[in-house]
Ligand binder design. Structure first.
Ligand code: SF4
Length: 310
């Protein structure tokens, strides 16, 4: 799926959301809030539901909590329009009450379809209702800042979830703002881990979404290439990333034993004529004198790979 196709698909879903009457939340809304952001992103933030400002503007996270979310995204060098932001329910629950089970169930197909189109590597959950969708049974106080594999039935077919408090919680408990800031700093590494997991699980099967071009992500994340390992070395490079590649190595087929060579009787060897030591020293001096030492190439130091995710 190309970027243009993803944009078209997301706009089609948004149009359905805006005219949706599947649940009672449609009756009290000013505007439905489908979500917004880059169609090419690898990172999707999922909140709970629109608040008053979002309902007025038809855009997600534009009130005070949205301002904090935008600030937190900026704190790691990303920009808000480089990710996709949406909610579990797309219409405002009256009085900002919690969404009810049947309302979330009615709205779930929209989020699932958005995730199928975006195919994110990382889903950042904001608050307990989003957490319950992507990490069922988890408690935010215990898992914030942590990752879990996402159930593909959510629509995110190969992603990990990263748990965060809802930004609005930081206005009720000020200490959570610093907690959220610390959790946010872990997101770039979580994205890199998610990518490595996807790469290690990649098979020869064609991508059902059909995305071929690289997606986007974070700013100024630096990784250093591990030093090259000689072909004959049996020791893995120190500091190599811990990925799921190990099982692949473990499953590698056994190596066929090399047959022993058949020994043949040796032909009689003529002894080499003995060269006088002085003659060898003269030859060596002559060779060294003819070599331009500055012309001998030398190996450059390993380069640092600036992994610019955005
Ligand atoms: Fe439709 Fe979702 Fe809005 Fe309910 S909350 S009316 S299911 S878009």
């Amino acid at each position: 799926m190309t970027s243009t196709e993803r944009t078209t698909a997301l706009e089609s879903i948004a149009a359905e959301v805006r005219s949706c009457t599947r649940c009672r939340l449609s009756t009290g809304r000013t505007h439905a809030v489908p979500g917004e952001g880059s169609p090419d992103t690898e990172v999707v933030f999922v909140g709970e539901g629109p608040g008053q400002n979002e309902d007025q503007q038809g855009r997600p996270f534009v009130g005070a909590a949205g301002g904090l979310l935008t600030e937190l995204i900026g704190s790691i060098g990303w920009q808000r329009d480089q990710v996709f932001i949406t909610n579990v329910v797309k219409c405002r629950p009256p009085g900002n009450r919690d969404p009810e089970t049947d309302e979330m169930a009615a709205c779930a197909p929209f989020l699932r379809r958005q995730l199928e189109v975006l195919d994110p590597a990382l889903v950042v959950t904001l608050g307990r209702y989003s957490l319950g969708t992507f990490m069922p049974g988890a408690r935010i106080g215990q898992v914030h800042g942590q990752t879990r594999a996402v159930d593909p039935t959510t629509g995110a077919r190969d992603a990990i979830a990263f748990a965060m408090y809802h930004p609005a919680a930081a206005f009720r408990q000020l200490s959570l703002k610093e907690t959220m800031r610390e959790d946010m700093t872990r997101i770039p590494d979580a994205l890199i881990g998610a990518r490595q997991g996807r790469d290690s699980r990649a098979t020869t099967e064609p991508d059902p979404i059909g995305r071929t071009e690289p997606a986007v992500a974070a700013e100024a994340i630096t990784t250093v290439e591990p030093p090259a390992v000689p072909q004959t070395a049996s020791v893995e490079p120190a500091g190599a990333p811990d990925t799921d590649l190990a099982p692949a190595f473990a499953a590698a087929p056994d190596v066929e034993p090399v047959p022993e060579p058949t020994l043949m009787p040796a032909d009689p060897v003529e002894p080499e004529p003995i060269v006088p030591a002085d003659s060898l020293a003269d030859d060596l001096t002559e060779v060294l004198a003819s070599v331009d030492m500055h012309a001998i190439p030398h190996e450059p130091p390993p380069e640092t790979d600036q992994m610019r995710l955005f």
